[in-house]
Design a protein. Structure first.
Length: 252
């Protein structure tokens, strides 16, 4: 794959998505930049599909201190198990992606997100969510995306897309919204007391940014089209479903 790049203004800064320069052996890889925060996300799938009875999706997200130009503090200098922040970000990435894989797709999929640079202004979790979708969209892994995510804050009564850490100190809302171009799939929020109308307005405000980011991913994927893996339902399951439908559907 040759190198590709798309960019657009999201909120008050430029969001850039690149591919083709790093992690070339992965099924899909995306380098996402927002300000001076940079996250590399890769997606890899098992080629053979085993009937394991569930979808083995693994999401890993890591923030290393080198991304901020520091050494680990304290007595232990090694960075081992993930922090609470990293675990919560893994869940944020997983939630909007998992429902968009085919029903009978049981091949193992691993999504790895690594923060390469942290500018201490822009939280890399949103970039990791966007990068995971972009990596899957660029790959041959069957995926009904793309999806995108945006954080919404409210500073002095005005909604802000992807607020900085300083903005969040002044904000009475910290909301993360993820979704497709046509639907909202996940909302996670904390804040002070807001009315229902204010919360709905915040979700709609975030979804407008989500649609812009989805369009960026579609533009990048159009430059590097790749056929998706064909997923066939298990034969036994198809026959069983047909038998159940014939014998019980009318009664149900």
């Amino acid at each position: 794959m040759s190198a590709g790049k798309v960019e657009g203004v999201v909120g008050r800064r430029t969001l850039t998505i690149e591919c083709g320069k790093m992690a070339k052996q992965a099924d899909g890889a995306a380098l996402v930049r927002y300000g001076d925060t940079v996250v590399l996300v890769t997606a890899v799938s098992q080629k053979s599909q085993d009937d394991v009875g569930f979808f083995p999706l693994t999401v890993d997200y890591r923030e290393k201190t080198y991304a901020a130009g520091k050494f680990p503090g304290g007595f232990i200098k090694r960075e081992g198990r993930p922090s609470t922040k990293e675990i919560l970000t893994m869940r944020l990435i997983d939630r909007p992606l998992r429902p968009l894989f085919p029903e009978h797709y049981n091949s193992e999929v691993q999504i790895m997100a690594v923060v390469l640079s942290a500018d201490k202004l822009n939280d890399p979790d949103i970039l990791a969510m966007v990068g995971a979708s972009a990596a899957l969209t660029l790959s041959s892994i069957p995926f009904s995306g793309p999806v995108a995510a945006a954080r919404v804050g409210r500073v002095h009564g005005e909604f802000v897309i992807n607020p900085t850490h300083a903005d969040l100190d002044l904000s009475d809302l910290d909301m993360v919204v993820a979704g497709t171009e046509s639907a909202v799939m996940m909302v996670e929020s904390s804040g002070k007391e807001l009315t229902e109308d204010e919360m709905l307005a915040a979700i709609q405000f975030a979804h407008r940014a989500i649609k812009e980011i989805v369009q960026l991913q579609k533009r990048l994927a159009a430059q590097f089209p790749k056929p998706k893996q064909v997923v066939t339902p298990p034969k036994d399951a198809a026959e069983l479903l047909q038998t159940i439908k014939q014998k019980a559907y009318a009664q149900l």
